[in-house]
Write a new protein. Structure first.
Length: 528
């Protein structure tokens, strides 16, 4: 807001008609931060911090914005006749709101790039012309409406989601690539499938309360949530395994979900792992930060976006360092900047409502371009893409076939151009980039014939065979750079491997709680 002083001309009656207050609003796509005070950089140039970490410059036309350094100020007469406009300047603390400026890899010249002038009267440029080559195959770019015509009367009620969504999203968790992963059973058991000297066996990690999901891992420790919502950590102390109730620590909270951690084994964000910071969603819909590095445990309440609660975490610092992307209970996308501690709402079409499922981030560490893949409320695949030339774009990939929708959450991804999804028909689908065009491929489900001989039946008289090899909506995990683990509807696991001819089903893995009793459990061990 600007308050203009009266020039003391004319009578008091004439002065009453002068508009003393002028509303300069805010730049498109971002609001001015409430936590920072603006500064006058030069006469006619004001700098404000924005809620997404960038800087907004409110300046007179012809000075500021893309101009480098101070410029000659306009005369007082010319200044009074001009209208202020906004320019947006990228800042390195958020990777330039998705640009890595001032880094050794990219060079200091990036520090003077990335500015854009945005007039208040122009609004947002319609993005319908922003299409990538080869985007004609089942893709629709959403029209971003100008700020002054967007409908902000968004319903605040919670989206309809299954009560067991925690188990669906966080039932499987990779611990060591190619050697160990955890599984949470429907009965609340925590079991680990581990390879020791080329022998795979199941290891039970007992706990007094039933476990609902594995919501995180850090430095060899597993984080799970029990039936009460307590965050528990399974860690190794010397040669012993123990449990730590993190919720019982100072300022501890009850949680309902955590980050997806979709990176391939060995390729996790180094900075995130060094910081030792995990983010969770509380039962009250607030984003929580839990620091575990050096065993200096600390909880921090990051609050929630204005006017809505956090439903789920889409991505934690894989797509952008320092940024946690979340979905609100209103189905809209938000980001939390852990450096500035500001919340920012991303713009999306009014008809697009996101599910609360975790997402998958696709980005090379050496490149700035990338995408967040999410599932919409109606089961369609949605992409939120960014590149340096076009900025942000929403892309709707839809579904592979009519009558088939996506269940669970997307992922994992491989080679930045292959994304696995689970269909409502129980099949695995691959969304892949063929040159410059996204295409669908039906990877089906494992087909195996169940053979049980008479000798086995004679020693296991009460075994019931109930097998369903179709894929459950459980979030799959990458076992290695060439392998993916899925859960089948009968409780078993299925493994796909990448061969020269493509992705193929290699084997099914029996589990202690599977309804498909095709093997005897001589490999079952207990950590007690």
């Amino acid at each position: 807001m600007e308050y203009r002083l009266a020039k003391h001309r004319g009578t008091a009656k004439e002065n009453q008609g002068i508009d003393r207050w002028v509303d300069h609003m805010y730049p498109d796509n971002a609001r001015v931060s409430r936590n920072s005070v603006g500064i006058e950089f030069q006469i006619g140039r004001l700098i404000f911090a924005l809620d997404d970490g960038r800087l907004g410059e409110l300046h007179l036309p012809g000075i500021g914005g893309e101009s480098v350094g101070p410029t000659r100020p306009p005369s007082a007469r010319r200044k009074s006749s001009l209208k202020y406009v906004w320019s947006v300047l990228d800042a390195p603390e958020t990777e330039g709101w998705n640009s890595q400026y001032c880094t050794e890899e990219r060079g200091p010249l990036n520090c003077i790039e990335g500015t854009s002038d945005e007039s208040i009267d122009m609004g947002i440029t319609i993005a319908s012309s922003r299409t990538r080559r080869g985007s004609k195959s089942q893709q629709t770019y959403l029209i971003l409406l100008p700020t002054n015509v967007r409908n902000r009367n968004i319903p605040m009620e919670e989206l309809n989601v299954p009560e067991n969504w925690i188990q669906t999203c966080f039932r499987l968790r990779l611990m060591v690539g190619g050697r160990s992963f955890f599984m949470i059973t429907e009965t609340g058991l925590t079991i680990e499938y581990i390879n020791v000297e080329n022998v795979w066996f199941w290891l039970i990690h007992d706990h007094l309360t039933a476990i609902k999901g594995a919501v995180g891992n850090y430095n060899g420790s597993l984080f799970v949530v029990d039936e009460h919502g307590s965050l528990l950590m399974r860690e190794r102390e010397s040669n012993e395994l123990g449990w730590l109730n993190c919720t019982s620590l100072r300022k501890g909270k009850f949680i309902i979900g955590g980050p997806p951690w979709d990176e391939l084994p060995g390729n996790y964000q180094k900075v995130s792992q060094k910081d030792g910071e995990l983010f969770f969603v509380s039962k009250t819909g607030r984003l929580l930060q839990f620091t575990v590095a050096m065993r200096k445990y600390k909880w921090k309440d990051c609050r929630n976006p204005p006017n809505t609660k956090v439903a789920g975490i889409v991505d934690q610092e894989i797509f952008r360092y320092g940024i946690v992307f979340v979905v609100g209970k209103n189905g809209r996308l938000y980001q939390y900047n852990k450096i500035t501690e500001n919340w920012h709402e991303h713009y999306q079409s009014q008809h697009l409502v996101l599910s609360r499922q975790p997402g998958t981030a696709l980005r090379q560490l050496s490149s700035l371009s990338g995408s967040l893949f999410m599932i919409s409320e109606d089961g369609g695949l949605v992409e939120y893409h960014w590149n340096a030339l076009e900025g942000w774009n929403w892309v709707e990939h839809g579904t592979p076939y009519k009558g088939v929708y996506m269940v669970g959450s997307p992922g994992p991804s491989f080679q930045l151009k292959q994304l696995f999804l689970i269909g409502s028909d129980g099949n695995v689908y691959l969304r892949y980039m063929d040159k410059t065009t996204w295409k669908w491929k039906n990877c089906d489900h494992p087909h195996d014939k169940i053979c049980i001989d008479d000798e086995f039946l004679s020693t296991h008289m009460k075994i019931e065979v109930d097998c369903d090899p179709k894929i459950a909506p459980t979030r799959p995990i990458p076992l290695s750079e060439h392998s993916v683990i899925f859960q089948l509807r009968d409780g078993r696991l299925g493994e796909m491997e990448r061969k020269e001819e493509g992705w193929v089903w290699m084997r099914t893995i029996g589990t202690p709680t599977s309804t498909c009793m095709t093997t005897s459990w001589t490999d079952l061990a207990s950590s007690n």
